[in-house]
Design a protein around this ligand. Structure first.
Ligand code: NAD
Ligand code: MG
Length: 409
């Protein structure tokens, strides 16, 4: 896909890049905010018509969506929760901005023409709208990883059947996209994703037993939404990312590695057969990969933090600890098993993280719920397309919900 992406796009120039129209799915979240910050910066530099916005969507934060729509002037604003339609309509009265609501309206919005679709929805709820954008041949700036983990084969088949291209936004994959020379694919030896190690990098299992949601979402380097912050604390985020890298770049599990790098400055390392290792460095600021994804193959000026290595002083690396962070091993096992194991892993994780955030289960119970849900798998193997993925995803959510209730009792 990446090689195809590199040859499929007309190169143009930076002015062409900032004239691309955008659909932002999940504009009210952390990645949505950062994307609009890149857009505001481009408009300050290139004029008010830079990155015209076709659609903004959100699930329930109607006030924030309305405020964003008033500032950035999309043609259409969509709220996922249908009960909030009237509030959005009232808030945007007189602006000329079209308003819609509901899950199907988000899917339809993704299918509307625009040059780039930023997928910044959290969780596998992104899957159906992302596939709608793939089907119509959009350029997909993909922040969301859960859709790739939940439906890797379906996603790849849909991409192969369309003109769509994916520019990864997840910082490690955005870095890999910049480092992997697909003309030399025979010489790839190893792709290593870095992990900060999260807030509990040095904690014992005993200490982790009492972790609160507030402690888990306080990430040392990155400012992110609650779910991915918990995933970073369990290291499931890195597990999901290894699976994401497998599907995005077509690399086998044995060529994909993880290393803990507490400073989050190096995002990915690519080792080639001649002994060279290429690394991508940037300050931990998602506006850098977002700007790259929106403007690729050009580079627009972004408001991101700049790198100051002399101030940072030291970059350190250590092995990941699979004993204290079992989610990483669970994800690697699912990648090796293949089929719909990653679908179940992702669904169980989404349910367990939600139960932890609402204080129904403990921090270490997250991995227990996922392991139990995987063990209860009824043997669906994939090959049944999107419908099978959605059915297996839903079943795994139900099973994981039962395990959460049993643990909470
Ligand atoms: P977030 O929780 O801050 O925002 C999520 C957005 O999705 C919101 O706009 C929300 O309204 C919308 N949303 C929530 N549930 C929805 C549903 N059921 N249907 C439609 N829309 C829904 O999340 P985030 O931290 O911005 O992360 C978004 C995605 O990007 C995730 O998949 C995450 O793994 C990935 N990502 C985030 C970061 C980061 O720095 N935040 C970095 C790398 C990758
Ligand atoms: Mg990442």
């Amino acid at each position: 896909m990446t090689a195809q992406a590199r040859s499929a796009v007309q190169l143009g120039n930076v002015a062409n890049a900032v004239s691309r129209s955008l659909t932002i799915l999940g504009s009210t979240g952390s990645i949505g905010d950062s994307t609009l910050s890149v857009v505001a910066h481009a408009r300050a530099n290139h004029g008010p018509h830079a990155f015209p916005i076709e659609v903004l969507t959100a699930q329930s934060n109607v006030d924030k969506l309305a405020a964003q729509a008033r500032e950035f002037r999309p043609r259409l604003a969509v709220i996922g929760d249908p009960a909030l339609y009237d509030r959005l309509k009232d808030a945007l009265a007189g602006t000329g901005i079209e308003v819609a609501a509901g899950r199907d309206a988000i899917r339809d919005a993704a299918a509307r023409p625009s040059d780039v679709v930023m997928v910044a929805i959290i969780g596998a709820a992104s899957l159906v709208p992302t596939l709608a954008a793939v089907k119509r041949g959009a350029t997909i700036a993909l922040a969301n990883k859960e859709c790739v983990v939940a439906a890797g084969d379906v996603f790849r088949e849909a991409l192969a059947a369309s003109r769509a291209i994916v520019i990864p936004v997840d910082s490690e994959h955005n870095a890999a996209f910049q480092l992997l020379d697909f003309n030399q694919a025979h010489a790839f030896e190893r792709v290593t994703l870095t992990a900060s190690g999260g807030p509990f990098r040095e904690w014992t299992r005993e200490r982790m037993e009492a972790v609160t949601p507030e402690q888990a979402v306080a990430h040392p380097n990155w400012s992110m939404g609650a779910k991915i912050s918990v995933d970073s604390a369990t290291l499931m985020n890195k597990g999901l990312e290894v699976i994401e890298a497998h599907y995005l770049f077509g690399l086998p599990p044995e060529q994909l590695g993880v290393i803990v790098h507490p400073q989050s400055i190096v995002h990915c390392l690519v080792a080639y057969a001649d002994g060279s290792t290429l690394a991508h460095l940037s300050a931990p600021d998602m506006r850098t990969p977002i700007a790259y994804a929106l403007s690729w193959p050009h580079r627009v000026t972004s408001p991101s933090l700049r790198l100051d290595l002399a101030r940072i002083g030291q970059l350190t690396f250590q092995e990941a600890d699979f004993e204290r962070f079992p989610c990483l091993g669970l994800a690697q096992d699912c990648l090796r098993i293949g089929g719909l194991a990653p679908t179940i892993l992702n669904a169980a994780n989404e349910i367990a993280v939600q139960a932890f955030l609402s204080r129904r289960i403990g921090f270490l119970d997250i991995a227990r719920v996922i392991a139990d849900t995987l063990a209860a798998n009824d043997g669906s193997n994939g090959g049944g397309g999107l419908d099978e993925v959605l059915a297996v995803d839903q079943r795994a959510r139900n099973v994981a919900g039962d395990f959460c209730r049993a643990m909470a009792a």
